[in-house]
Design a protein around this ligand. Structure first.
Ligand code: GLY
Ligand code: MN
Ligand code: MN
Length: 457
């Protein structure tokens, strides 16, 4: 992410939109600092985490509160220093290190907006900050030397809450980054689908995805879920089997890309040749599109989740998977057997972005609907929010076995369910930016723009 390579038209859009983005982040940070009684903010990019008893580290991930300022994902122990009314200062850690290549000095569309200083170690970093930090808040890792720096508070919850709350609504710059993350992710998905059609293993499908995106695994926002056949029932399946299964039935691939620190989160499900499973996928796809069509500013996300269950009941009924009406399937918990996760979540600098339950910037939580413990978002949508929409229907042995032992089991058409077990499940997931009266589907737009598919070499 250091250089942020991108097509010329996007480069121009980033060039124009980063300045206003940073100005907006400065203004809202200044308001949050004033409300919480601080005069400055020091934000840490994070430190490398060493592997136990070795001299290697785990792959570095920059902290999101740092990335909202600067698209630098690969510079541990760097900092942003912000005092309201002044240009933000960026302290980039460039150690003298002949074992590793030090980060390049920052370059690109965003750099001129900062007072950039290259620092070789923590002592130099401290020297590049104001001598007294007694009224400053600090967000980041509590490294050993930090107590000697004299900040007023480390990760103060009230300040962090205000900043996290505001992250839900994206600036035009952030939306441009999220569109690009979707374009890269869609390229990866097209390559992955080609690999599946050619009979590839899960591992080979992931390699095709990475190549299609042009990203290394550690540059992705999350580990891809690449599930052939019945493994589609494992919601966060992680095995990436290297051998090809004897029979090929289906692929569920949940994989996203990252651009300038912003994530996409995309799922597609394919049937190899079974017509009934393909038709069930098409039903879930239509359900997903119906839910997407209802998005706009002012919609309570809990209502979206409950509507998803009502529509899932109808799909189960139409597909002959249940022996009761849709309303009864919802009321008795049957739909939760087939759809046991939330309908979506906030997306941005993190794949499951912060602030999903906050009633306001100041305090308070918005509860989930009763019996829906996995919903990650309970807020009312506002213009600029970016969310995922990810309905699904799964055949999960653990949940089906439990259902069979309960009264609700009599409402399930078991022979029909058993016929679908070998496919695992279906999830269709897009990323959407909420507008005043509708939404922009970043994922479908990205797939459409790649049709006919670009040659991905
Ligand atoms: N990729 C995880 C999720 O869809 O939330
Ligand atoms: Mn996903
Ligand atoms: Mn998701």
């Amino acid at each position: 992410m250091q250089g942020v390579d991108c097509p010329p038209a996007l480069a121009a859009a980033l060039e124009d939109s980063f300045g206003p983005h940073l100005k907006f982040v400065c203004e809202r940070t200044a308001r949050a600092l004033a409300a919480c009684g601080y005069s400055g903010l020091l934000v840490h990019s994070g430190s490398l985490v060493p592997v136990f008893e070795d001299d290697r580290s785990y792959a570095f991930e920059a902290h999101a509160p740092f990335k909202i300022w600067a698209p630098l994902g690969d510079v541990p122990d760097s900092f942003v220093w912000f005092e309201p009314g002044r240009q933000p200062r960026l302290l980039v850690h460039r150690p003298a290190d002949y074992w590793h290549k030090p980060a390049d000095p920052p370059h690109g569309y965003w750099v001129r907006h900062f007072d950039v200083r290259l620092v070789s170690d923590l002592a130099a970093t401290r020297a590049a900050l104001p001598p007294v930090l007694a009224q400053a808040a600090y967000i980041g890792d509590a490294f050993v030397e930090l107590p000697t720096w004299g900040v007023k508070a480390v990760n103060p919850p009230a300040l962090m809450r205000r900043l996290d709350y505001d992250r839900a609504a994206k600036t035009p710059y952030e939306l441009a980054c999220l569109r690009e993350a979707n374009r890269l992710g869609a390229r990866g998905h097209l390559a992955a689908r080609e690999a599946f059609d050619a009979g590839a293993s899960e591992f080979e499908i992931e390699l095709a995805f990475l190549k299609g995106c042009g990203l290394r695994e550690q540059e992705l926002p999350y580990n891809p879920i690449v599930a052939l056949n019945a493994w589609g029932a494992v919601l966060h399946y992680q095995m990436l089997e290297k051998t090809t299964p004897a029979a090929r039935h289906s692929l569920l691939i949940d994989a996203g890309a990252e651009f300038a620190g912003y994530a996409s989160d995309i799922t597609r499900t394919y049937s190899h040749e079974d017509v009934a499973f393909r038709s069930l996928i098409e039903r879930v796809d239509r359900l997903q599109q119906a839910l997407c069509a209802g998005l706009r500013s002012g919609v309570d996300w809990r209502e979206v989740h409950l509507r998803a269950h009502a529509l899932t009941g109808e799909v189960l009924r139409d597909a002959d998977l249940i022996r009761c009406g849709a309303d009864e399937a919802v009321a008795t918990g049957v739909t939760r057997v087939f759809l046991p996760h939330g309908i979506g979540h906030l997306l941005g600098l993190e794949v499951h972005d912060v602030g999903g339950f906050m009633a306001s910037a100041e305090g308070g939580e918005l509860p989930r609907p009763e019996n829906h413990p996995y919903l990650r978002l309970t807020r009312t949508l506002e213009e600029g929010f970016v969310v995922t929409m990810e309905p699904g229907i799964y055949f999960i042995p653990q949940l089906l076995d439990a259902a069979r032992a309960q009264p609700l089991g009599s409402r399930i058409n078991w022979p029909c369910v058993e016929g679908f077990m070998k496919f695992g499940g279906i999830r269709i997931e897009d990323d959407l930016a909420v507008t005043a009266n509708a939404s922009e589907n970043l994922t479908r737009d990205a797939f459409r723009a790649l049709t006919p598919p670009e040659s991905i070499v």
